[in-house]
Design a protein around this ligand. Structure first.
Ligand code: GAP
Length: 518
């Protein structure tokens, strides 16, 4: 099935099974804003827990924080966001649609890449096991032609972005014959800068109101609390502060479902280090964060690092972790070496001394920062994209049907156990409720006694529930149940007294965390 088709199905599935709903749907929605449904919120909470436990609990020198969304507006002046948190905008004069100039060019680069991959895939199928991909990429004329086009465009684009040369960005769009996807024409306006921060007023006008911003990243809340945490926690460098929270960006191009939203959640960790050691820590965090993703078992080949073409105003090194979504490799997480930029700026703008006395070096300095920043919503999409499967299975009547199953890692699955009496009568419902009432203290469980057992299994497959516990008349005789495993669909009989132990073994976050620290 084409990947675009898979993605469309995934989006529809998210709505049908209570993972993600378009915001304000009964009022026709609000662009690039989404709500998480009854199953989505559970998956999101499980992801937060995996991140929090692995960053805060497993690292003695990392602590948490929960700073507010509203902050003093001078913070955003100091951080550079008021002056420099911009995207390059371009409009098509025929369709009146607005685009990000950099995204249009990156899409063109991705098209050249896709053409190369298609040639490789075709040849791979033709030559089978004898196929040497490296040699093919180095010798095939069509691949080489697209490689040359990619290299030339990439070089030009990198330079234009680094120089903030907007005339050149427009020229690239014209030279590459990039058309508006809506009008199909090449009538473009000049490229302009557009600030991404949302603002509002705080206080009543009679008091004199103040313009405040909705934070575009959670990181600044950490920087302005650096002294509070360092002093009250008696933290010694190197140490980190982790935070999960909402961020807001007035994105021009809202695309790809929850990939690019106007309100989203970040999980960020700012790691404070001695000057001169930041690049060493940058490498360590890069490796740890990649391992964190790979630990979920979605396949190493589906991740890659992308080194930034243009460094942000605060960074001396930056890399993205990209995941292969159905719409291609895209950024899920950024790792940035932010130097002492943020703390120095806050020192300058607030007039408060922000420094650290290092007892080992016997000197004071402004700490350097290495940041790991992951979008929770993108991580959510990574999990769902990796988990969505369609499988042909046999029906009870000997036919074939397609089952949709979300193979979400059991630790992250929204619902862990479904308790299902075969029928409601003869005391089976009561026994089922008894089992449910016992398990609910340990796991998020559901009780379901409606429809045929086959239909109930399909419902649970679609949610990604790893275990279905079925009760039948034998249960009333010998206190045993049937466990049906989501991925293999195998069934086995176990005593009721073993359910908790069996489920705990598979869904405890300890399993993931231990594997991560090996
Ligand atoms: N504090 C650094 C920072 O904010 P960023 O690369 O702009 O860096 C970090 O953002 C992560 O936040 C991204 O890797 C992405 O996962 C997520 N993110 C950024 N903008 C987003 C958006 N509009 N919608 C959803 N997630 C977004």
């Amino acid at each position: 099935m084409a990947q675009e088709e898979v993605f469309k199905k995934l989006v529809a599935h998210c709505k049908e099974y209570g993972f993600v709903f378009p915001s304000s749907e009964i009022y026709d929605g609000l662009s690039a804003v989404y709500d998480y449904g009854q199953n989505g919120v559970e998956l999101k909470n499980n992801l937060k827990k995996y991140w929090w436990d692995s960053m805060v609990f497993l690292h003695e020198n990392i602590v948490g924080l929960d700073s507010d969304i509203f902050m003093h507006p001078s913070i955003w002046k100091a951080s550079g966001h008021v002056d420099a948190f911009n995207d390059p905008l371009i409009d098509n004069t025929d369709s009146k649609k607005r685009y990000r100039a950099d995204v249009l060019i990156e899409d063109k680069l991705a098209k050249y890449e896709a053409k190369m991959d298609k040639e490789v895939e075709k040849a791979g199928k033709k030559f089978g096991e004898t196929f040497d991909e490296k040699e093919f990429r180095e010798t095939n004329l069509r691949v080489l032609d697209n490689r040359k086009k990619w290299d030339t465009l990439h070089e030009r684009y990198k330079k234009a972005m680094n120089d903030e040369d907007f005339k050149e960005l427009k020229q690239i769009i014209i030279d590459e014959e990039i058309v508006c996807p809506v009008s199909g024409t090449r009538n473009w306006t000049d490229v302009r800068q557009f600030n991404l921060m949302f603002s509002t007023e705080m206080g009543s006008t009679s008091d004199g109101s103040m313009k405040v911003y909705l934070r575009p990243e959670t990181a600044q809340g950490v920087f302005v609390n650096y002294l509070n945490v360092q002093k009250t926690g008696r933290m010694k460098i190197p140490f980190g502060i982790a935070q999960i929270g909402k961020a807001f960006r007035n994105e021009i191009v809202a695309r790809q479902f929850i990939f690019r939203m106007r309100e989203f959640e970040q999980m960020e960790m700012e790691f404070f280090v001695a000057p001169g050691t930041e690049l060493e820590w940058f490498e360590k965090w890069k490796a740890f964060r990649m391992k964190w993703h790979e630990n979920l078992g979605f396949g190493k080949e589906n991740y890659r690092f992308h080194v930034h073409e243009k460094l942000a105003h605060y960074a001396n090194a930056a890399v993205d972790i990209e995941y292969k979504f159905p719409f291609g490799f895209k950024e899920v997480e950024g790792i940035h070496s932010r130097t002492d930029f943020d703390l120095s700026q806050h020192q300058k703008f607030s007039g408060k001394k922000i420094s650290y006395y290092d007892p080992e070096r016997k000197e004071s300095y402004t700490p350097y920062v290495v940041e790991t920043s992951i979008g929770l919503d993108r991580m959510f999409l990574e999990v769902l994209s990796a988990s969505y499967c369609e499988e042909e299975v046999s029906t009870a009547k000997g036919g074939k049907e397609i089952r949709v199953v979300m193979k979400i890692p059991p630790v992250l699955a929204p619902v862990k156990v479904a308790v299902m009496p075969l029928v409601r009568k003869d005391g089976l419902a009561e026994k089922g409720k008894e089992i449910f009432d016992d398990l609910k203290f340990d796991f998020n469980c559901t009780y379901d006694d409606k429809d045929s057992i086959g239909k109930r299994y399909r419902r649970m497959d679609a949610l990604g529930t790893p275990f279905c516990i079925t009760l039948d008349y034998q249960t009333l005789e010998d206190n045993t149940v049937t466990v049906r495993y989501r991925d293999s669909m195998k069934q086995e009989r176990i005593p009721v007294s073993k359910i908790k132990e069996m489920v705990t073994e598979q869904v405890s976050s300890k399993i993931l965390l231990k594997k991560l620290m090996k």
